[in-house]
Design a protein around this ligand. Structure first.
Ligand code: EGU
Length: 440
């Protein structure tokens, strides 16, 4: 099948863009290219996933922040999606003794939005059950599992996730860098049912139980259930082998959650699926000649400890679109520029997510979490322009991720200097008091 426009005489024919991957980033990309007038073909390996909120028995929590919002706004999808989301203005920190403390995300109006399913555009051709086998770096032809024919397009957009089949060809390219890292933690999802038809805990909060090595997060669903995600090392999962051990474990670390989930449901959900792994992927470049480009998880899969995976992927679409404007849709110029601009940012956010994982795993209990947020917010209030909490720059601005990291290192130094000057002054004061005493 040849959808492409190799024939230069047929300039009136629309250029064809093949988007491989029908997930969130694939769909948004399809909208961007459709808006520009390209003929868009989306290929998705799974069966029709439009109605499926739950894929393979797993639900997904999607946190939309400023970057993702801007990307949606550009294709006029902000309102439809936002009206379906749940705004969250605070986290709720659960201490071991059951105390709950809310911490706002920011000023009034600074909220993150919890999404539950994504809509698709009608003018895009969705080809489900199309699993990509390979693509030719010489001709740009793609072969799919169900098809003997090849499919030809002018541009291939690889949005096929952390285990991208599109990316396989990149690995054979000279000077292509690639790394993937599995973290020692796995995650497991547990449903907290409603109580008397109402949410079992306060909705519109990101509920967090920080317990150093272990952590649980709960987010509200539209059906008044909560989706709890338990993070712990695979080693520890292996120790919890029976229902009684599950209860014992929860009794020790998350006692307040047992009555809310229900002991029986807890035992059942715990063994429903094996713990899932989390992988971080970094690579460069993000393009291959003028034929193919990687976006979203295919380019920069990250661990979920910043709530930025979807937002970074959506911002990819926005950035590519801006470059398409600047360089008149000339793929041979647009793709290298996209790599130049986006690689440092993709790597920065993958690093930040990994850094936050390490920090939370090492010494984040509920007291530490509250204390750090308190210090960050205090310094921000007294020096609003100089000291901005890291998550604020990430979540509520479009400051480029690599710039966020630079500013963060800089303000960390400032903070240390403030502490240093403070202790030096303290020392000088006590020393002069000592001298004064001696002279008497
Ligand atoms: C959803 C599911 C709290 C992990 C990072 C905060 C979310 C997350 C945080 C999930 C945390 C962690 C931030 C947001 C968000 C916090 C954030 C949503 C993390 C630094 C499947 N994180 N999420 N940071 O600030 O910037 O509240 O696991 F527990 S939203 Cl890990 Cl803002």
């Amino acid at each position: 099948m040849d959808y492409s426009t190799n024939d230069s005489k047929s300039t009136s024919k629309k250029k064809v863009v093949a988007v491989v991957g029908g997930g969130l980033v694939g769909n948004l990309n399809a909208c961007y290219f459709a808006k520009r007038g390209f003929q868009v073909e989306v290929f998705e390996s799974r069966e029709d996933i439009r109605q499926a909120k739950i894929v393979k028995g797993r639900s997904i929590n999607l946190v939309l922040s400023h970057r993702g919002r801007q990307a949606l706004k550009h294709v006029g999808m902000e309102d439809t999606i936002i009206s379906k989301g749940i705004p969250m203005h605070s986290r709720m920190i659960h201490a071991l003794n059951g105390t709950q403390s809310p911490i706002p995300y920011g000023k009034k109006g600074q909220v993150i939005l919890l999404l539950h399913s994504a809509e698709t555009y009608p003018n895009i051709n969705l080809n489900f059950a199309h699993k990509l086998l390979n693509w030719s770096t010489e001709t740009g032809a793609m072969t799919f599992h169900l098809f003997v024919e090849e499919i030809q397009a002018d541009l291939i957009v690889g949005c096929d996730g952390a285990f991208s089949a599109i990316r396989k060809q990149f690995l054979r390219q000279s000077r292509f860098n690639y790394s993937q890292t599995y973290i020692p933690h796995g995650y497991l999802e547990i449903t907290m049912p409603p109580i008397n038809g109402e949410f079992a805990m306060k909705p519109d909060y990101l509920h967090i139980w920080p317990r150093n090595t272990f952590m649980m997060i709960a987010l509200p669903n539209l059906d008044k259930t909560f989706n709890c995600t338990l993070f712990m090392p695979f080693e520890e999962f292996e120790k919890v082998t029976t229902g009684d051990k599950v209860i014992e474990f929860f009794q020790k670390y998350f006692p307040d959650a047992i009555p809310l989930i229900g002991a029986e449901a807890l035992k059942r959900d715990f063994f429903r699926l094996p713990a899932q792994a989390m992988v971080s992927v970094k690579c460069s470049s993000y393009h291959f000649g003028d034929k193919c480009v990687l976006m979203g998880d295919a380019a920069h899969a990250m661990v979920p400890f910043y709530g930025q995976g979807m937002n970074a992927g959506f911002e990819d679409c926005l950035v590519l679109n801006e470059i398409m404007d600047q360089l008149n849709e000339d793929f041979s110029a647009v793709l290298p520029e996209y790599t130049r601009v986006r690689v440092p940012d993709g790597q920065a956010i993958a690093d930040l997510a990994m850094y936050n994982y390490v920090e939370m795993r090492e010494h984040v209990n509920s007291k530490w979490f509250l204390f750090r947020k308190y210090v960050d917010n205090f310094l921000h209030i007294i020096m609003p322009r100089t000291i901005i909490p890291l998550y604020t720059m990430v979540t509520f601005t479009r400051t480029r991720y690599h710039k966020v990291v630079k500013h963060w290192h800089w303000q960390d130094k400032v903070r240390k200097d403030i502490v240093h000057v403070h202790s030096t002054l303290q020392f000088m004061l006590s020393f002069s008091a000592y001298l004064a005493l001696l002279t008497f």
